[in-house]
Design a protein around this ligand. Structure first.
Ligand SMILES: [Zn+2]
Length: 354
């Protein structure tokens, strides 16, 4: 029996076809209508319905490129199930190059939203009723905040077995067992028993090829794991790809000043190790910032001008640091071999770079 068409916003997408659909969200005060663009790839055969979305924070643009590359992947021809790609959720923020909405709300704190609520609540409501209520799995793509560069990592609440399966399949070097923040897309999805993982990598308003490549690979790996795409031939990767962090901790500057970073992204650090120096412009007063714990650096602040209290490094702690190092080694090796479509040649976690 032929598979039923996928229905969204009054459009019917036949099995074996793909189509871009525009969901109207609001009008700008210029009277210009604004849409959230969605591409639906509806496979010939039945299977999971996966939503992959990006830029819910409007300045986190790596996800847009990840989705573009996934959609152009040749294995999409063999898709089983349905891919619902929403590259730009926060269209307002994306146009304005900002994380937030015009009313300065964070869209990722507006779920589940209502039809008559704030602008954020209305967009959340639209996304929820038009898309999320009709999907079986979700991957939400994020980057670090502005000037903060995240090591590719998965955040998920590791309770639902299907969520764990997705988190492991993605293959990012670090998995953070992250609680659900009220109002987030992830919290809403979880409340509806939709398995959901968040990918974090790179920084706002920048493309980074290593991050994008690892995001594309991760999404495709999850699709293979969910049998939406054929498995790769040959034995499964014998090497360790991911390690779950026991916890994580932010390291903050304890004085205002100009920072000289010493630790690199992805580096293993020990408790008490020097991470950075902060000095006044003359170098007369200088403070060392040390690591409060042993672990792996999963986020660095790239802006050397810091205020007291500013988050500078994020360190993930592991019960078995050796296992985390193995995952980091796998990540570095896998990124060396097929980094073909380089956008940005400098990778802060390169061993060569000092
Ligand atoms: Zn974000």
């Amino acid at each position: 029996m032929a598979r039923a068409p996928y229905k969204i916003e009054g459009v019917e997408i036949k099995p074996g076809t793909r189509q871009t659909v525009e969901i109207p969200v609001a009008k700008l005060y210029t009277h210009t209508p604004l849409y959230v663009p969605v591409e639906v790839v509806h496979g010939r055969r039945a299977g999971p319905v996966l939503m992959v979305c990006g830029a819910i924070h409007g300045d986190e643009i790596n996800g847009v490129e990840i989705i573009r590359r996934v959609l152009r992947n040749s294995a999409m021809r063999h898709l089983r199930g349905t891919l619902v790609a929403v590259p730009i959720v926060n269209v307002f923020g994306f146009v304005q190059r900002t994380r937030y909405l015009p009313d300065r709300r964070d869209l990722n704190r507006c779920f589940p939203g209502t039809e008559s609520g704030s602008l954020g609540g209305r967009i959340a409501y639209l996304l929820r009723t038009k898309i999320m209520e009709h999907v079986t799995h979700i991957i939400d793509l994020h980057t670090g905040a502005i000037h903060r560069f995240n090591l590719p990592q998965i955040r998920a609440e590791l309770k639902n077995p299907e969520t764990i399966r997705m988190a492991e399949a993605f293959g990012a070097p670090v998995i953070i067992n992250a609680g659900l923040r009220e109002g987030s897309l992830r919290a809403y999805a979880d409340s509806q028993d939709i398995p959901v993982i968040t990918f974090e990598g790179g920084e706002a308003l920048r493309f980074d090829d290593v991050v994008i490549t690892s995001g594309v690979k991760g999404v495709i790996r999850v699709m293979r794991e969910l049998e939406m795409m054929p498995q790769k031939k040959g034995p499964r990767a014998p090497r360790k790809r991911s390690e779950v962090a026991a916890s994580s901790q932010w390291v903050r500057a304890d004085m205002d000043g100009i920072m000289r970073p010493l630790a690199r992204l992805g580096q293993q650090v020990t408790k008490g190790q020097k991470l950075a120096m902060v000095a006044d412009p003359f170098g007369e007063v200088e403070k060392v910032i040390t690591s409060p714990c042993s672990g792996i650096v999963i986020c660095v602040n790239n802006l050397p001008l810091v205020n007291e209290g500013e988050a500078i490094y994020h360190i993930a702690r592991f019960d078995e640091i050796g296992e985390a190092e193995k995952a980091m080694d796998y990540f570095r090796d896998s990124m060396d071999t097929d980094n073909s479509d380089a956008v940005m040649p400098v990778h802060p976690w390169d061993e060569e770079q000092k």
